[in-house]
Ligand binder design. Structure first.
Ligand SMILES: NC(=O)c1ccc[n+]([C@@H]2O[C@H](COP(=O)([O-])OP(=O)(O)OC[C@H]3O[C@@H](n4cnc5c(N)ncnc54)[C@H](OP(=O)(O)O)[C@@H]3O)[C@@H](O)[C@H]2O)c1
Length: 309
């Protein structure tokens, strides 16, 4: 993000974020009423809400105090709706520190399911990077650590499984995106006792359906869907076009909810992780994790409808 973009965003959204931050106690008050739907990690009774929160770009705000409070307001809205999984990476600029700021301000370290990544081609740097990430979050330990984009995956997986064995993290995973390197991901899923894979899956990017999602089910691996909105490109493409008349039957009040409901109604998806700068969008996204969800026939109709637009 350029300095110019950041400045403009700051001017435009400063007032809104301050108002949202001021409203945090009210958001908390409405809290536990509407818990999002959860799905247990395959083969376990460990449940996670079907919608989480990404942090790439949106939380890379440096030390700007207004934008930091705006991100804190996003996190407050997320936790008020009983959100748990926040996903980050050392690749995401200052996002980890932004999350740490929000967690401290909101006292939410106990609620978050802390999901991060190791991302270095130097295997010997992995442990130090993980420790720096943990300090940025300000938490005692991560819940899930993933090898980002399969970089130096053999060596990093060794480190992550050793950490799991030692009780230093709860779960181990690997990530990819944009449909890249699915063959390698498939091989690792067959050979290693992973808890999670993270990949791109949404109503138009559906490559994972043919092999990776069935394999995840067979192997008892949870699946995190990244890029649910193709970094907003998908929403921009659909904006202004009508939702189908039956969207209300599945509880979708807008395109964001329509897309999220498609993703999370796939029985092999554990969690979708949309990123946002806006508390109202977090609330919309979390509200998508509620009944009714589409069944298989309705999911086909949803994909056909979007394809025809
Ligand atoms: N290889 C990897 O491991 C990998 C790769 C890519 C992504 N990821 C993870 O996946 C997360 C999500 O992917 P992403 O960040 O690429 O993009 P995304 O979640 O597909 O899209 C984010 C964009 O959607 C907009 N948005 C969110 N909720 C909305 C709503 N209700 N209505 C309208 N617009 C909405 C946001 O704009 P507003 O700010 O205006 O809401 C933001 O610009 C990342 O943040 C990251 O954590 C991982």
């Amino acid at each position: 993000m350029t300095h110019r973009t950041l400045t403009r965003r700051r001017l435009l959204q400063g007032m809104a974020s301050l108002a949202a931050a001021a409203a945090m106690p009210a958001i908390h008050a409405e809290a536990q009423e509407k818990s999002p739907l959860k799905r247990p990690l395959p083969g376990t009774d460990f449940p996670l809400p079907l919608v989480g929160l990404g942090s790439w770009i949106t939380f890379n705000v440096g030390n700007d105090p207004v934008l930091l409070e705006q991100c804190t307001a996003v996190m407050a809205a997320f936790f008020a709706m009983s959100g748990r999984m926040i996903d980050s990476s050392p690749m995401y600029g200052s996002s980890q520190a932004t999350i740490g700021h929000g967690l401290e301000k909101l006292g939410a370290a106990q609620q978050v399911y802390a999901t991060d990544k190791v991302w270095t081609s130097r295997p010997d740097e992995g442990s130090a990077q993980i420790e720096a990430s943990r300090q940025a979050w300000g938490i005692p330990r991560f819940d899930l650590l993933q090898v980002h984009n399969l970089v130096a995956w053999e060596e990093h997986l060794e480190t992550l499984f050793a950490m799991k064995e030692a009780g230093e993290i709860r779960h181990v995973g690997i990530t990819t995106s944009h449909g890249r390197r699915h063959d390698t991901m498939e091989r690792i899923m067959r050979d290693y006792p992973l808890d999670f894979v993270q990949l791109t899956y949404n109503i138009v990017d559906r490559e994972a359906e043919s092999r990776l999602l069935p394999l995840a089910r067979e192997r008892g691996i949870g699946v995190i869907a990244n890029r649910p909105f193709q970094r907003k490109r998908l929403i921009r493409r659909l904006e202004g076009k009508p939702l189908p008349s039956w969207a209300s039957d599945i509880g979708a009040g807008n395109w964001a909810q329509f897309i999220l409901k498609f993703i999370i109604s796939h029985p092999d998806i554990s969690c979708a992780i949309p990123a946002t700068t806006r508390p109202d969008h977090v609330r919309e996204n979390m509200a998508a994790a509620a009944n009714p969800l589409p069944d298989a026939a309705r999911r086909r109709a949803m994909a056909d409808y979007v394809q025809r637009l």
